[in-house]
Design a protein around this ligand. Structure first.
Ligand code: KIV
Length: 264
């Protein structure tokens, strides 16, 4: 198995082959994910909810992400590892650069940040200094208090246009990947078609270049999984089999199905 890089993901987008992303927070699961051949691991700030029991991602710290990034990195030499920048850790470009450089030195290959236009300067500064960025648009959970809840975004024409414009701007600023969360299928497909960089969807329909799920959700461990999640433990007798089934379902296009998607 050769190491996955951003070039691997770009090549997959060109050929139309879908790739798979999953969250992980420790070396044990990271090893199983490597065995399943999953291309990308996200050390998501979702750890604040699934591991720490908070009701949002806001309390997660840079030290938390640093600790879990090191553990994930020790367990996996194949997947590309993205570390989430937690809430409040990238409000200014210089602060963002320092925090991101710290995470890269601990084993991350890329960092992810949530935000639109206000983030462009930071994306460019990171890209120019050798820190690849995955932008995150649509439902951005760190903004749950301004959004008024975990709601589908881009249903109205104005908000769909704004997300599309932000996606183009992030690419132009130097983002290497884009996560698109909880948007109608037609918007997810349009953005993936218009952007040159790979677009990773979660609740964004089957038209994106890749899918991401939170590990504990797809293993059926979360008390209330969102609509866009499928429980891959169901019908499988091991965690490796469940994660492999997720990978296979993304590759063959059977996940996400219609019941996991949102309409306008
Ligand atoms: O923190 C996370 O796990 C994420 C995914 C839901 C995309 O940001």
């Amino acid at each position: 198995m050769s190491k996955v890089t951003i070039n691997t993901l770009q090549a997959l987008k060109k050929t139309g082959e879908k790739f798979t992303v999953i969250t992980a927070y420790d070396a044990c699961f990271s090893r199983v994910i490597e065995q399943a051949g999953i291309e990308v691991i996200l050390v998501g700030d979702s750890l604040g909810m699934v591991l720490q029991g908070h009701d949002s991602t806001l309390p997660v710290t840079v030290d938390d992400i640093a600790y879990h990034t090191q553990a994930v990195s020790r367990g996996n030499k194949h997947s590309l590892i993205i570390a989430d920048m937690p809430f409040g850790s990238y409000t200014q470009p210089s602060q963002a650069l320092d925090n991101a450089a710290g995470l890269m030195s601990l084993g991350a290959h890329m960092v992810k940040m949530e935000g639109g236009e206000w983030l462009l300067e930071t994306i460019t500064a990171m890209h120019e200094r050798g820190i690849p960025v995955c932008a995150h648009l649509g439902l951005t959970p760190q903004s749950v208090n301004t959004l008024g809840g975990y709601k589908v975004q881009g249903r109205e024409p104005d908000s769909a246009r704004a997300i599309l414009a932000d996606a183009h701007a992030a690419e132009t600023a130097g983002a290497s990947l884009l996560v698109l969360e909880c948007v109608p299928t037609n918007l997810g497909t349009l953005i993936a078609e218009e952007l040159k960089i790979p677009v990773i969807g979660i609740g964004a329909g089957p038209g994106t270049d890749a899918q991401v799920l939170v590990l504990h959700d797809m293993l059926g461990l979360s008390p209330r999984a969102p609509r866009f999640v499928r429980n891959f433990m169901s019908g499988n007798d091991s965690i490796l089999a469940a994660i492999s089934a997720y990978h296979q379902a993304v590759k063959d296009g059977s996940f996400p199905a219609e019941e996991h998607c949102f309409t306008q």
